[in-house]
Design a protein around this ligand. Structure first.
Ligand SMILES: Cc1cc2nc3c(=O)[nH]c(=O)nc-3n(C[C@H](O)[C@H](O)[C@H](O)COP(=O)(O)OP(=O)(O)OC[C@H]3O[C@@H](n4cnc5c(N)ncnc54)[C@H](O)[C@@H]3O)c2cc1C
Length: 551
């Protein structure tokens, strides 16, 4: 933590040097004394300190300066540092200005020049002020800070990305924190771009894309090698399980992840049915353990890198990334899982990230304390989301299309026993309303056809999933719902799929292209469970090993 700053500002160089010398002699050990020769230069410097989130303890400012006098400076400076103590250095003729400024800028003291000897006329005053400052100050947060609004999708994405990577940060809502707003305005010239990410060493990023952010926080976004034995696309439970086995057996293995490791499971607040965790385990925790296990075995994991396309060249399977880079391998596992359907109704796209969230969006849940929120969906993920949200919200209404929830029994029991949760069965969401943020929703009871309008602060959507198999759309055989066929599902009339070139039939979990495998929620026949995805990831590795042996 850098030392808090004592500013001393005077346009007279000899006075400035003397004050600085006296201040350093007494306070230099615990404070950084900054002598500056004009109010304007000091304000510029203050902005830098704010960006670095450094504390200012005291302003000791000469009243009589040509461009900006001491009181004018303090008026501006205390907007940035309202807790800093304020002392004016005055000549006898400025006494009235000093007295007036006691109210104007909350002046703590005015010192007549000359202040010598400092032991009698300077230190006792400043000792007392600094002691008081120390007692009352809230020292600045030392890590990454993200300034934005609750209603901006890029702000939500940045927060979610940091949370999913378990990188701590402080959230500054510029609608509630005038200091944060001022700071953002000084950084963005003209148009305000949100969020602004402040790093402790003083660097900032304006509305960064996730790759830029990943690089800045030190995550790996580029493959170290051009070729790997095994490449895995997707770092949900299936991808990570496969990676752990591949790494543990010494294969050169790369995992490519477009967002953050953990996949859907990583967004679960509590997985209660995964073997070995009788009291449940959070998706965060499971992911952290799996990622460190894979890395311990030498697996490389790229974050914020989307695999766009896969193609074949001779015996190589080549993955093209969103930034144009290519990585080749012998065996490829598609473990890209599934994502939630987006609402298809007017206004829904505009309100995404501004009250409408897909998946649990746990980063946002706590901001809806004591408000009324909605959950759309009746399966396990929606049930978990509702239970989690009920810790913060005043009321959670769960919109379920069918006559009852389809979640597991233990979750339905928990929903029914929770006094804050109301299950609204046979209910269709028909409209979302709001100007800049979600304000209302309209629902229809499918049995009675009755329409109802509710005020809504937020809506968390969990309405069915679709497989993320686009990257191999023109390469492997998929179902009409875009799930990837593997193994026995490819055999029709005892014949392998058209174009299959090998003597043997496709292995279990192998796709219609030799050497390309699929596991987890993206695979036709998935059971949409963490344990199944983990199991399939492990089995897929066993068959990739067989495939590699035969090359
Ligand atoms: C909120 C929630 C709670 C759940 N709770 C439970 C539970 O309690 N118990 C249970 O058994 N199951 C639960 N599930 C289901 C379970 O999480 C999934 O079945 C499981 O995560 C599927 O794993 P997967 O590895 O196949 O895919 P996913 O977990 O979907 O992971 C796929 C990964 O691939 C990445 N990806 C996709 N496309 C690309 C691309 N082109 N390039 C790079 N990366 C890509 C995605 O970003 C993602 O990280 C829950 C799901 C949700 C959403």
């Amino acid at each position: 933590m850098p030392k808090p700053v004592i500013f001393t500002i005077d346009d007279d160089a000899s006075v400035l040097n003397t004050v600085a010398r006296d201040l350093r002699a007494r306070y230099g050990q615990n404070y950084r004394v900054l002598p500056i020769d004009s109010g304007k230069a000091a304000l510029d410097y203050l902005t830098k300190l704010q960006e670095r989130n450094e504390a200012v303890a005291l302003f000791l400012v000469d009243q009589r300066m040509p461009e900006m006098n001491g009181v004018e400076f303090l008026e501006k400076a205390i907007r940035a540092y309202p807790q800093a103590k304020r002392v004016l250095l005055t000549a006898y003729a400025d006494t009235q200005a000093a007295i007036d400024s006691i109210n104007e800028v909350g002046l703590d003291y005015y010192l007549m020049k000359p202040w010598h000897p400092p032991e009698e006329r300077l230190y006792p005053v400043l000792d007392e002020l600094l002691e008081d400052w120390k007692v009352h100050v809230r020292l600045p947060y030392e890590g990454i800070r993200v300034a934005g609004t609750l209603w901006s999708l890029p702000s939500h994405q940045v927060k979610d990305f940091l949370t999913r990577h378990q990188i701590p940060y402080q959230w500054l809502d510029i609608e509630k924190d005038s200091n944060a707003r001022h700071l953002v305005e000084t950084i963005s010239s003209g148009e305000t771009k949100l969020p602004v990410v402040f790093f402790p060493e003083g660097k900032t990023l304006l509305q960064p894309d996730l790759k830029e952010l990943a690089e800045r926080v030190g995550l790996q976004t580029r493959a170290a090698l051009p070729f790997y034995d095994i490449v895995i696309v997707g770092s949900g439970p299936a991808g990570l399980a496969s990676a752990v086995y591949a790494g543990s057996e010494g294969y050169r293995c790369l995992v490519i992840e477009k967002a953050a490791p953990g996949g859907q499971a990583g967004s679960s607040p509590k997985i209660e049915n995964y073997l070995g965790f009788p009291t449940g385990i959070s998706g965060d925790d499971l992911t952290r353990r799996a990622v460190s296990q894979a890395k311990r075995f030498g697996v490389e994991i790229l974050s914020a890198q989307e695999a766009k396309r896969v193609f074949i060249k001779d015996m190589y399977r080549i993955v093209q990334l969103a930034d144009g880079a290519e990585v080749s391998c012998h065996a490829l596992l598609i473990a890209t899982g599934a994502s939630f359907h987006m609402l298809k109704m007017p206004g829904a796209a505009e309100l995404t990230g501004a009250g409408i969230y897909y998946g649990a969006a746990y980063t946002e849940a706590m901001y809806y304390k004591d408000q009324d929120v909605f959950v759309a969906g009746g399966a396990n993920s929606a049930a978990q989301g509702a239970i989690y949200l009920s810790q913060f919200a005043r009321k959670v209404r769960v919109l379920i299309r069918g006559p009852q929830p389809t979640a597991s029994k233990y979750l339905v029991d928990a929903l029914e026993q929770n006094p804050k949760i109301e299950l609204m069965c046979n209910t269709d969401l028909v409209e979302v309303r709001g100007k800049n943020t979600l304000e209302q929703i309209v629902v229809r009871n499918t049995a009675t056809k009755e329409m109802q309008v509710f005020d809504a602060s937020a809506m968390f959507v969990f309405i069915g999933v679709r497989p993320q198999s686009q990257l191999v759309a023109d390469l492997v055989k998929r179902s009409d719902k875009a799930y990837i066929y593997t193994g026995a599902d490819l055999i029709v009339d005892k014949k392998p799929p058209p174009g299959w070139t090998l003597e043997r039939d496709p292995f279990l979990l192998e796709t219609s292209v030799p050497g390309i495998f699929a596991a987890g929620d993206v695979r036709f026949g998935t059971s949409h469970r963490v344990a199944s995805a983990v199991g399939e990831g492990a089995i897929a590795f066993a068959f990739m090993k067989e495939y590699l042996k035969a090359l």
